[in-house]
Design a protein around this ligand. Structure first.
Ligand SMILES: Nc1ncnc2c1ncn2[C@@H]1O[C@H](COP(=O)(O)OP(=O)(O)O)[C@@H](O)[C@H]1O
Ligand SMILES: [Mg+2]
Length: 279
């Protein structure tokens, strides 16, 4: 059995919300979520927008917004992951490829951002080879983010994550805006990161992309985990336990009928969920 890199037990994230006057209530965004990521494994977290995927990533990284309350327990590499420990490991053993490209500092050359400002001849050398490995031209490290395309910025963000041989990489929606070929390449890079022995948590709203890359798939809906299955289960819907996941499976283009008609579309899935869960 491979080593358990990340273990999350009954993680909940909630926010307090002010109503009229002084009334205040807690708004639960992630509820009692448990999952593990083992060394060498890619686990995909799939869910529609607002299902709590980024909050899950931020909870592990220790970067939840100040008004967010975290409950439950997180272990990293066998030891409890406190806020303090997360801050120490962030950008080193524990890396996030953020959803938002604005995480890069617009006023800093990308090379400095990839080396994390800790520049030495050997780090600069490694930086150059990492950037070249992601198909970025020589000299790109001297450019500023605004001089790069969205696809190049994605690759810079991934480079930042692999500078330090991370044990866990959390990639939050790493492909939107990328050309299918570039998206395929990015997915290939995550496979390599996993093959090198790290755990990868791949967050995406795209089930097909998840199935192309992941070993296991976790499905979130409304902040709750409704399914956890090996990627192979998605080729046989009877192996999936939840009707939403089965519908998600049927909605993939490869499962459309020969006339090219969808057997089930996202609208059907959502109206089913609203009926079943009332949200
Ligand atoms: N700072 C915040 N304050 C209140 N609610 C928030 C905050 N951040 C996120 N949420 C809510 O939590 C839910 C999950 O958000 P998020 O994890 O960003 O979803 P996604 O799956 O799209 O990444 C959303 O409904 C969002 O409105
Ligand atoms: Mg998100």
């Amino acid at each position: 059995m491979e080593k358990e890199i990340l273990r999350i037990e009954r993680l909940s994230v909630s926010f307090s919300q002010y109503g009229r006057g002084l009334a205040r209530r807690r708004l639960s965004a992630v509820e009692e979520l448990s999952l593990s990521v083992y060394a060498g494994e890619i686990v995909a977290v799939v869910g529609s927008s607002g299902s709590g995927k980024s909050l899950l990533a931020h909870a592990v990284m220790g970067i939840l917004p100040y008004n967010g309350r975290l409950e439950g327990r997180i272990w990293f590499n066998g030891e409890p992951l406190t806020q303090k420990r997360a801050a120490k490991l962030r950008g080193k053993e524990l890396c996030l490829v953020p959803q938002n490209v604005s995480y890069l500092d617009p006023l800093m050359r990308v090379g400095e951002q990839v080396t994390g400002g800790r520049s030495s001849p050997s780090r600069r050398g490694k930086c150059k080879s990492v950037l070249a490995g992601y198909g970025l031209e020589a000299g790109v490290e001297r450019k500023y983010p605004f001089q790069l395309s969205g696809g190049m910025i994605r690759r810079i963000l991934i480079s930042t994550a692999v500078m330090e041989t991370p044990k866990l990489v959390i990639a939050d929606e790493p492909t939107p805006g990328l050309h299918p070929e570039a998206a395929g390449r990015v997915m290939g890079h995550f496979k390599e990161i996993a093959k090198a022995g790290a755990g990868v948590l791949l967050i995406t709203h795209d089930i097909e992309l998840a199935l192309l890359t992941a070993d296991r798939v976790v499905v979130l809906y409304g902040g709750r985990m409704i399914e956890e299955a090996p990627a192979s289960a998605f080729s046989d819907e009877t192996k999936l336990s939840h009707p939403y996941t089965r519908a998600l499976c049927r909605s993939m283009p490869k499962n459309w009928n020969p006339d090219g008609e969808r057997l089930c579309d996202t609208g059907d899935i959502l109206s089913y969920m609203r009926k079943e869960y009332g949200r």
